[in-house]
Design a protein around this ligand. Structure first.
Ligand SMILES: CC(C)(COP(=O)(O)OP(=O)(O)OC[C@H]1O[C@@H](n2cnc3c(N)ncnc32)[C@H](O)[C@@H]1OP(=O)(O)O)[C@@H](O)C(=O)NCCC(=O)NCCS
Length: 220
């Protein structure tokens, strides 16, 4: 079983630890913002990660854009609770329910984007991971979202326990196009799935197969 690789990508130069290779990821690095770095986040990064989540919350549904998360702008926000949950999930082993791994896009010590893979909440669903991604407005539209997704997908492909990635994207979010380009396929739509701050939102569910689906003889 592959160990949990810590990935560290930099522009024009790639330092790697673990099982993922750049050729597997397979596309050029973004050409702007050359000081930004993508790497797996650890417990020491939690304060910067919480700060990034606060930025995401403050940007969702503003400047004429649809909300990109199923939370009201007025929903209560408890950073302490989130800090504890994040530490617990990041340190949960992959063979236990509730694991999460998050890769950050860092500008120095500031996290300006992140992608998370979150394992199932049941032992029976540990082979499936939910994808969540958010880039702060300052760093969007420069190729970093695609790059973060590719890093997470490469990690999942190298991790034998993970067989499927799945996600939900709100109808009307341009991210849907990105996910399709990366190989995600639509499995369904849920009409009127969320009601957020006056928006009635249809959700598009998508999956990407990243590993073997056969676990052994099927038993019904
Ligand atoms: C969606 C998101 C992750 C894309 O990352 P990005 O760095 O802005 O995108 P990239 O520059 O890598 O471009 C990749 C694709 O993303 C999409 N994209 C680009 N800018 C985008 C924007 N402002 N909003 C949404 N999608 C965008 C486009 O489809 C683009 O492909 P194209 O250039 O072929 O049209 C990022 O814009 C973001 O975090 N938006 C807010 C949060 C969000 O919507 N998260 C997804 C929830 S499912």
């Amino acid at each position: 079983m592959a160990s949990d690789p810590a990935l560290h990508y930099n522009i024009g130069r790639v330092r790697q630890f673990g099982a993922c290779t750049l050729s597997r990821v397979g596309v050029p690095m973004p050409t702007s913002d050359t000081k930004l770095v993508i790497r797996l986040l650890g417990v020491d990064d939690v304060p910067a990660y919480i700060a990034h989540c606060e930025v995401q919350n403050s940007e969702s549904g503003t400047l004429g854009e649809l909300p990109f998360g199923p939370y009201s702008r007025n929903a209560p926000w408890d950073p302490d609770d989130m800090r504890l949950k994040t530490i617990r999930r990041w340190t949960t082993h992959l063979d236990q329910p509730g694991w999460r791994r998050t890769w950050g896009l860092l500008d120095g010590s500031t996290i300006v984007g992140a992608v998370s893979l979150s394992g199932g909440d049941l032992f029976a669903s540990l082979h499936r991971a939910d994808v969540g991604i958010g880039i702060d407005r300052v760093a969007r539209g420069k190729g970093w979202g695609r790059r973060l997704m590719q890093v997470a997908i490469a990690w999942a492909k190298a991790e034998p326990t993970v067989a499927w990635l799945h996600l939900g994207v709100f109808d009307g979010n341009r991210a849907e196009h990105l996910y399709r380009e990366l190989g995600f396929i639509e499995t369904g739509r849920t009409e009127d799935c969320y009601r957020v701050d006056g928006h009635v939102i249809d959700n598009i569910e998508m999956v990407l197969r990243v590993g073997a689906t056969d676990f052994g003889p099927r038993q019904l």
